[in-house]
Ligand binder design. Structure first.
Ligand code: AMP
Length: 183
């Protein structure tokens, strides 16, 4: 299964992606996690992207797209994947479509996690990651509204929406039901 998760920062996508990836037997690919791994290993790419991440800006598309392309050709992604945090804008979605098309694949669904902005800001402040200061959080929400939310229109024929407030297990159950069960 080839899935993309979309939702504002703090919607709980990462947590849900971990659970769903185990249940679906496909890898959870989070661009945020890939960037953070580069930063903690102090790779060249890590050094290059740190300032974007610290200020809540999007890393330039060329850098992000190339990192995703390399990840998607790893053998474990051949049978499917759950993309978390990518694409984050329409140009990235076009590039993803091209990557998949070249391999003869398509996305099966885009799972939208819908949650009220004030709820996610409170959740993120409680999480306390280094890019979780209130200014940076607000900036990430703004980018979500202006650049990422238009993906819901772009993918309108395959979007499945899940209300993402409440208990983690309930949200997982709703997501699986929305995807039409597990097959
Ligand atoms: P996340 O873990 O998804 O909240 O991402 C943390 C940060 O990584 C974001 O605020 C961006 O700076 C960067 N990032 C993650 N995914 C992308 C992407 N697809 N395009 C550009 N920047 C990204």
């Amino acid at each position: 299964m080839r899935l993309v998760l979309v939702g504002p920062p703090g919607a709980g996508k990462g947590t849900q992606a971990d659970v769903l990836s185990r249940k679906l037997g496909v890898p959870h690919i989070s661009t945020g996690d890939l960037f953070r791994a580069h930063i903690s290993q102090r790779t060249e790419l890590g050094v290059e992207v740190q300032r974007y991440i610290d200020s809540g800006k999007l890393v330039p598309d060329e850098v992000t797209n190339e990192m995703v392309r390399e990840r998607l050709v790893e053998p474990d992604a051949a049978k499917g994947f759950l993309l978390d945090g990518f694409p984050r804008n329409i140009p990235q979605a076009e590039v993803l479509g091209k990557f998949l098309g070249e391999a003869g694949h398509t996305l099966e669904a885009v799972l939208e996690f819908r949650v009220d902005e004030e709820v996610v800001v409170r959740r993120l402040l409680a999480r306390g990651r280094s890019d979780d200061t209130e200014d940076v959080i607000r900036h990430r929400q703004e980018i979500y509204r202006s650049e990422t939310a238009p993906l819901l229109e772009y993918y309108h024929d395959i979007v499945v929406t899940v209300e993402a407030e409440g208990d983690v297990d309930e949200i997982t159950a709703r997501a699986i039901e929305a995807l039409g069960g597990l097959d």
